[in-house]
Design a protein around this ligand. Sequence first.
Ligand code: ADP
Ligand code: ZN
Length: 656
Amino acid sequence: MRRVPVLLPYPFAAALDYAVPEGMAANPGDLVTVPLGKRESLGVVWDGAPEARVAESLLRPIISAAPAPPLSVPHRRFIDWVANYTFSPPGSVLAMALRGFRGPAPRQKPARAFSSPDPEHPGPLLSPAQSEAAARLIEAGGGFSVTLLDGVTGAGKTEVYLEAIAATLKAGRQALVLLPEIALSAQWLERFERRFGTLPALWHSEVTPRLRRLTWAAAAAGEARVVVGARSLLFLPFASLGLVIVDEEHETAFKQEEGVIYHARDMAVVRARLAAVPAILVSATPSLETLINAERGRYRRVTLPHRHGGARLPEIGLVDLRRSPPERGRFLSLPLLAALSETLEAGEQALLFLNRRGYAPLTLCRHCGHRLECPNCSAWLVEHRGAGFLQCHHCGHTLSPPAACPACGEPASLTPVGPGVERIMEETAALLPGARRLIMASDTLSGPKAAEAAVRAITGRTIDLIIGTQIVAKGWHFPHLTLVGVVDADLGLAGADLRAGERTFQLLHQVAGRAGRAEAPGRVLLQTWCPEHPVMRALASGDAAAFMQAEAAERRRGLWPPFGRLAALIVSAASERVADDAASALGLTAPAGPGIAVLGPAPAPLARLGGRYRRRLLLKTARPVRPQKLLRAWLSRTKLSRQARVRIDIDPISFL
Ligand code: ADP
Ligand code: ZN
């Protein structure tokens, strides 16, 4: 009897052995249905020798072959690679690859769902700079390479990489495009359609299960020629992948923080390498990781230095809040208000940016000083006045606004502290009563439909003033928007995040980049309490390169990424003592040696989350030392309570 290893889409430690029935091929990569306990499960015949731990007499046979093309060798190597790198069970990674496959694809009545994008379709005429950049992307050839496509906001980078997609289509291969917020990409899709005469296939959480099945099957059959989507798109099977693109590569949204914890930008490069195809990373504000790779010559670099169509970059000015503080209880300074009135009077549009949802981030009792906190998390409850509740932004816990302070019982003593976008909306209603306003935040603009309606209202000029959180920073092109005001430019600089400066720079630069993208010049005002901060100075001077160089020098000195490697261990338990004991046990058995440092254990900044107590340790190694092996040995020599959970986050982006 022949036995083969079958990888199942569950967090098991390894593939399980099954017997191959007479007449079945069961080659590596084949999708099969197998018995699992009393159920049946989908699985994939995996590579390597079977474990042979189970006696032949106990071995259960594969039930049947599943109707799908086999997972290719590079795809299987990718699944193994991601599992190994991220410290996850390979079955959990396989589960992402099989999400969307449920038996045979339903028969297609709108067979047009995957009509082929036409590379010969007459798209917009490229400028000479764009044509040259496109030619350089294409000259990289069909084998593995990584190219950073950068350049100022509004340079027309999208049109340039669409040419690389056109070349891939002409070569008869498929392209995969990762966007950070696919649900908000109506404008991107329009441009794709203008270039190729049809829409691409989409892959994200809002796609219906039926369409997912169709898309999965069409990608595997090579019929979906271009698939655009969120992180998990990386795990889709492709019959003949020819190109991998990551747009807005600096976006932290590419980091998946639950389940298999991985950075989709980094894994996209791995996928391209294993498939031996080119990857293109696109951004106006590339991450330090990518910049250093370009500097070292590991990545190629193609730059568009000017805005498309002669549009100029906006002028960025700082409003020193120490000199021009807003009135008591208000958040907009006189210089910003003056600029707003001017802009609106001229019939142009303005954007106020504040990266905080809701009305106020803190509710305080004026009588006793009590703060409304989440019962499950070490976090304040955020007031959402429009929706009529307070909410924890970490676990989702909600509370109706209490009539009296829950601590001292004083009636009507609770008062909001600090602004969220709703409060800025209220302030502008009083000060600019004529302005037609719209809030753009993930809770008010959930889903592609709502996003599309908002885009239409803005480009159709039925809105004068947009008040938005970080989702307004994402690649939008609003031609009549000429003023961007940043309500609290310092917001992202607090806390112990090693990338706080870099991220604040990227976010504010991207927000600023929404201004003046057409004929009318734009301007940007940043309200800050520390105008001498290097981030504020870099934004005002526009010298991104100098800022990133200073940032790099600092990280190099401390051996922080990308000059060293990090892995975070997040220990959690329902009981504080169990969490502390487990964290101390890990502290005692921590690895040591040249190029190895362990920081912690320490309470996590979010010391309680969803009712669990959290402690953190950080393993920091010099670049040649790989943390995975150290972690494996470390965990295996440490005795931990079964009530404690240890989450491993390789290359952490969040330090909460
Ligand atoms: P970036 O991504 O570099 O910030 P975009 O790709 O959004 O810039 O381009 C800015 C604007 O210019 C978009 O509205 C885009 O449609 C337009 N555009 C870019 N290239 C062309 C072109 N060759 N012809 C016409 N419009 C273009
Ligand atoms: Zn909570």
